[in-house]
Write a new protein. Structure first.
Length: 224
C-alpha cells in the first residue's frame, strides 16, 4: 500500500489470499482465531440499528404507498393490496433510509478489519470510538459518511429483495390445492406434504437473498 493510498483510505492488495481457506488459515496462524472477529463491535451494535431503521421504514413506506393508490385487488378476497412494484419501491426507499446509519458503521468496520498488526499498541485505531475520533479529526463529521454514494447504490438493491420476497410468497400461495403444493409439512390424513406459512416465509427469504445478492454484488465491489 503506497503512502498516497493510505492517506486517502484506499488499500490495494495483490494476491494476498488464494481463497477463503487461505485467508482464514493465515489469519489464524498470524493472530489467532479471534482475528476472524476483528472489527466485530461496529456491526454487532450498528446492524441492530440499521435493520431496525430498514424494517421500520419499510413498513411505513408500504403504508404510504398503499394509502396513495399503488394497490391491486387480492384474488378470491377482493381487498386491496400493495402491488409487487410497490413492495420493490418500499424496499428501495427503506434501503436508502438505512444508508444514513449503514455508511458510518461499515466505514468503521472496514477500517478496523484492514489493520494487520497483531499488537493493539501498533495499530492506528485502538477501537471503533478511537477510529471515529480520528476520522472526525481529519475530515470532520462528514468524513463518517465517506463512500455514501457507493453504499446508496448497494442498498438500492433492497428493491429486488423485497419485491422478490413478495413474489415468491404469492407464488407459494397459488400452489395451494395443486399437485405442486410444496413438500414440507406432513399430513397424515392424505399422506401428502404441504407447505406451511412459516416454511413459505423461510424459503422465500432465502430465494430473495439470492435475488438481492445477484443484483448487489457489482455495487458491493464498487463500494469496497
Amino acid at each position: 500500500m503506497t503512502d498516497d493510498a493510505s492517506k486517502k483510505g484506499h488499500l490495494r492488495i495483490v494476491g494476498a489470499f488464494a481463497g477463503i481457506g487461505s485467508g482464514q488459515s493465515r489469519s489464524d496462524m498470524a493472530k489467532g482465531a479471534l482475528a476472524l472477529y476483528k472489527g466485530a463491535t461496529p456491526p454487532a451494535v450498528g446492524w441492530a440499528a440499521i435493520d431496525s431503521l430498514l424494517l421500520g421504514s419499510l413498513h411505513n413506506y408500504r403504508l404510504f404507498l398503499t394509502r396513495h393508490g399503488m394497490t391491486e385487488t387480492t384474488p378470491n378476497i377482493g381487498v386491496p393490496r400493495l402491488t409487487l412494484i410497490g413492495h420493490g419501491i418500499a424496499g428501495l426507499f427503506a434501503g436508502w433510509t438505512s444508508t444514513l446509519i449503514a455508511t458510518p458503521v461499515e466505514l468503521l468496520k472496514v477500517k478496523l478489519q484492514l489493520q494487520s498488526q497483531r499488537s493493539v499498541a501498533e495499530r492506528q485505531f485502538k477501537g471503533p470510538i478511537d477510529c471515529a475520533r480520528q476520522i472526525i479529526r481529519a475530515q470532520g463529521y462528514i468524513g463518517m459518511w465517506s463512500g455514501f454514494t457507493g453504499s446508496l447504490a448497494f442498498r438500492s438493491n433492497f428493491f429486488w429483495m423485497f419485491l422478490s420476497f413478495e413474489a415468491f410468497m404469492r407464488s407459494f400461495s397459488r400452489l395451494a390445492g395443486t399437485p405442486y403444493e410444496v413438500i414440507l409439512r406432513y399430513s397424515e390424513s392424505c399422506l401428502a406434504f404441504n407447505i406451511s406459512t412459516g416454511a413459505a416465509n423461510f424459503i422465500s427469504g432465502g430465494l430473495s437473498a439470492f435475488a438481492f445478492w445477484g443484483m448487489a454484488i457489482p455495487a458491493d465491489n464498487v463500494k469496497k
